[in-house]
Design a binder for this molecule. Structure first.
Ligand code: R5P
Length: 287
């Protein structure tokens, strides 16, 4: 039993002061429930409203990718330098200590390997396991225009329904099939479909021409996917351009973990994303 509050000092009820209100400024997220907003606030830094996610989920369809042969040795030691970690539940349980402080975005779709039709995915994670693993969001691939377009969108909407039940945001990842062009027109279509059907944020590729129309027409935050490995300054320039054109951050994999110095590259990407640093300054300052 707590002791009775018998202090005689006058209480202060601040009767004339309106109750505090904290608007949630992340794009398109003001109407979400507290738990959902709190998870998003772990991923998107309050100061900049942006995020640097480190994607290491490649093994879910292509096995031991270069740089990820031993996630425990290459990624676990640097992961605290990211704002969020994107990975599979298998990698999380086997290759990261449970004491990491970085919020986790769990890969929640999968099925086909690189040997098969990639768009033929299923939901590959129960929301209960995402909660058990203390995930801050789940990620699902959406193949707009792909052979299994409808199925992949149904995977997403199913996860959105589950996520809404428990306050777990869903990140839709717009996969672009080999036969498709990664131009702004396609990316606008894919991102908007994901957002309209409930994704809380969207990961998509950068398009040099018209990327600002992709971010402007998507009512929720867009994070830029990294793509194939580029020279460090080119990758940083792409990230800077995406931020300048409205991206709320990046979710980069190979351009970080295949870098000549992954820890330094992660620091440089952070400087570009959070401090609007010029790519050259960011790389030089991150050494
Ligand atoms: C998309 O297919 C997956 O999420 C990837 O494994 C990952 O996001 C790719 O990252 P990056 O293209 O930057 O290596």
């Amino acid at each position: 039993m707590p002791e009775v509050d018998d202090r005689q000092d006058p209480k202060e009820f601040h009767e004339g002061v309106p109750a505090s209100a904290w608007p949630f400024s992340l794009k398109g997220s003001g109407g979400l429930d507290w738990g959902m907003q709190n998870r998003l606030a772990r991923i998107f830094q309050p100061d900049s409203g942006r995020t640097v996610m480190l994607a290491v989920d490649h093994g879910y369809f292509q096995g031991p990718t270069t740089g990820l042969e031993r996630i425990d040795l290459s990624i676990a030691p640097i992961v605290d330098g990211a704002d969020a970690l994107m990975c599979t539940r298998g990698a999380l349980r086997s290759s990261f200590p449970s004491g990491i402080r970085v919020p986790v975005v769990l890969r929640a779709s999968g099925g086909p390997s690189v040997l098969k039709e990639l768009s033929n995915e299923r939901v590959a994670l129960d929301i209960e396991d995402a909660l058990r693993l203390n995930a801050s969001a789940v990620a699902v691939q959406v193949f707009v225009g792909g052979e299994y377009e409808t199925e992949s969108i149904a995977n997403m909407t199913r996860l959105v329904d589950a996520g809404v039940r428990y306050g777990v945001p869903v990140m839709a990842v717009t996969a672009v099939g080999r036969e498709m062009v990664r131009d702004a027109r396609y990316l606008r279509l894919a991102c908007r479909i994901c957002a309209e059907l409930g994704a809380h944020f969207v990961k998509t590729y950068y398009a040099a021409d018209g990327f600002e129309t992709v971010t402007a027409s998507c009512p929720v935050p867009v994070v830029m996917a990294g793509g194939r490995k580029l020279p460090e300054l080119e990758a940083l320039s792409m990230a800077a351009a995406a931020i300048e054109r409205g991206a709320a951050g990046v979710d980069m994999g190979r351009n970080i973990f295949q870098s000549e110095d992954p820890r330094r590259m992660l620091r440089a990407v952070r400087a570009v994303v959070h401090d609007n640093a010029a790519p050259g300054d960011a790389w030089a300052g991150a050494s």
